[in-house]
Design a protein around this ligand. Structure first.
Ligand code: NAD
Ligand code: MLT
Length: 531
């Protein structure tokens, strides 16, 4: 029996997730393990699960020689060097939708708590003082909230603040106008415009080079007197030094912060302000979110270790569940089509042109291209080729890949994947679709029309189109105990070259292929393809 794959979990995830992992894998739960020890032992593991604290960088990944997948139990991936993982063929998956509601609700909590001085008043009262004077707050009603980043969480915050009768404005240069309309947010073309008009500013972008310190001293200068800010996204999007100054000067009236430039945040000077409400990165810390996150990441890590398609892979195109369901058999088809080339040709490919036709083009076809490249390269490369690194490995081998989409197929198949592969001295054309039973079907090879199941073993034979070839060929196979499951014969012109694609039930030995070559009319050694 194969030993169970091993996963190390370096930060706390929900029991439900751990239980799921344990049902399939050997699990080491090492919450808070030191960096030094992790570096020491990472080469024992096939998978690593982290939250936001463990740094997944070049040093760790290059020592993790067995690693196939890094699971981020949560959303933000700023602690993970995704490019490095991709280069090493390591899948990075996260759980982007599992904690969005919790993060949005925490944003609202911080916004209300900071504008009504809830935490400050709470401490006062529990300290034995009944006084209302210092705690007069402001209403949200009728005010303008500026949302920076109208993604998953930003849009949920927008919807919730609409219910408070706030005017919602948003700045997000990377989304379509339609999204602003859908969430009834007035689009602002610049951050400056948003800052100038907002009574409240809430940031919901990822932490990137561009967003780091995007709310800075210059922005506070532009902001309204008494502006209030919330950061439940990532520390550093609001520059802490600038916020400190703006709080001191009274320009900023309150702040709600769940995240900090340095975490764990201890003795942060911002904690000294009564009008600053802080929480220790609790945005995702609800029972519901943690259960979803834990289960979701466990499922994805298990899928990844089985070599299956993983829904939320960062270093692959993201597919919605429905889309994945629909595309899954086409992904299998593309991979099997990729498998064909090096089973037939021995010259290296330098250029690949993929054309996707039909309704399939309404989906993200990048995943199909990646699957084709994986199918092409995996049999000829020592290196572990997977969906994540296939494109990069193809690039490194000097293969240029081009994709075209046609909304309608000009052949009799509704959906079609056509591929032209060019080598130095060779050219090969393949076209494939799915059968009615949604099984992969090769429908053309070098413009010879066929309908060959890409299943098990296929003998490919080139012969002259004349009587007396197929009979002896089939008899010889039969004599050798090889059962023919189905057979397609294709020709372009009468009497010229024909191609037979023969699905057989068992492997055909090289010695038999040699004998088949001797059959009158068969031109060249028949090839055995395996799928
Ligand atoms: P998302 O990817 O769905 O949305 C981010 C949005 O920011 C996108 O629409 C993107 O176009 C926009 N954006 C990117 N760069 C921008 C820029 N320079 N200016 C303006 N907009 C920009 O992400 P999400 O799931 O909504 O998460 C948002 C943030 O919340 C992330 O930083 C994530 O790590 C963080 N988060 C925090 C907690 C927590 O516990 N506090 C929990 C979950 C998520
Ligand atoms: C996230 O990005 O999902 C959050 O920061 C939550 C977390 O990791 O705890």
């Amino acid at each position: 029996m194969e030993p169970r794959r091993k996963v190390i979990v370096t930060e706390r995830i929900a029991e439900e997730g751990l239980a799921l992992l344990k049902s399939e894998l050997e699990v080491d739960f090492r919450d808070g393990i030191s960096r030094e020890e992790l570096l020491e032992i990472i080469d024992q593991y096939d998978a690593l699960i982290v939250r936001s604290v463990t740094k997944v960088d070049e040093e760790l990944i290059s020592r993790g020689t067995r690693l196939k997948v890094v699971g981020r139990a949560g959303n933000g991936i700023d602690n993970i060097d995704v490019d490095v993982c991709t280069r090493h063929g390591v899948i990075v998956a996260n759980t982007p939708d599992s904690n969005t509601i919790s993060a949005a609700e925490q944003t609202i909590a911080l916004l209300l708590a900071s504008s009504r001085k809830t935490a400050w008043a709470n401490n006062f009262l529990k300290g034995g003082t009944w006084d209302r004077k210092p705690f007069r707050g402001v209403e949200l009603y009728g005010k303008t909230v500026g949302i920076v980043g109208l993604g998953r969480i930003g849009s949920m915050v927008a919807t919730r603040l609409k219910a408070f009768n706030m005017k919602v404005i948003a700045y997000d240069p990377y989304i379509a106008d339609e999204r602003f309309e859908r969430f009834e947010a007035e689009k602002k073309n610049t951050l400056e415009e948003l800052v100038q008009e907002s009574d409240f500013i809430s940031v919901h972008t990822p932490k990137t080079e561009e967003t780091f310190h995007m709310i800075n001293a210059k922005m506070f200068k532009l902001a309204k007197e008494g502006v209030r800010v919330v950061n439940c996204a990532r520390g550093g999007i609001i520059e802490e030094e600038a916020l400190l100054e703006a709080l001191k000067s009274g320009k900023v009236h309150s702040a709600g912060l769940d995240v900090f430039e340095k975490e764990p945040a201890i003795n942060n000077p911002l904690f000294e302000f009564d009008n600053v409400v802080v929480t220790p990165h609790l945005g995702a810390d609800t029972y519901e979110a943690q259960r979803r996150v834990g289960e979701n990441i466990a499922e994805q890590v298990v899928l990844a270790l089985k070599g299956d398609i993983v829904p939320n892979v960062i270093n692959l195109p993201t597919l919605m569940t429905d889309e994945l369901q629909y595309l899954r058999p086409y992904i299998g088809l593309a991979e099997k089509m990729g498998n064909i080339y090096y089973q037939i040709e021995k010259s290296p490919v330098t250029r690949i042109e993929l054309t996707y036709s039909g309704p399939i083009t309404q989906n993200e076809t990048e995943m199909l291209t990646v699957a084709f490249l994986k199918g092409l390269l995996a049999p000829v490369m020592l290196e572990n080729v997977n969906y994540v690194n296939a494109r990069l490995l193809a690039e490194e081998r000097g293969i240029k890949v081009f994709e075209t989409k046609q909304p309608q197929s000009n052949k009799r198949y509704k959906n079609l994947i056509n591929v032209n592969l060019f080598g130095k001295d060779s050219e090969k054309q393949l076209a494939g679709t799915l059968s009615r039973a949604r099984q992969p079907l090769l429908v053309e090879i070098d413009s010879f029309e066929t309908e060959t199941n890409l299943e098990g073993y296929v003998v490919m034979v080139e012969n002259i189109d004349k009587p007396g070839v197929i009979g002896p060929f089939a008899t010889m196979l039969g004599d050798k105990g090889v059962n023919i499951a189905s057979m397609k014969v294709a020709r372009k012109n009468k009497g010229e070259t024909a191609v037979m694609m023969v699905n057989v039930d068992n492997k055909v030995e090289e010695s038999i292929l040699e004998r088949l070559e001797q059959v009158d009319g068969i031109t060249g050694r028949p090839k055995l393809l395996k799928f």
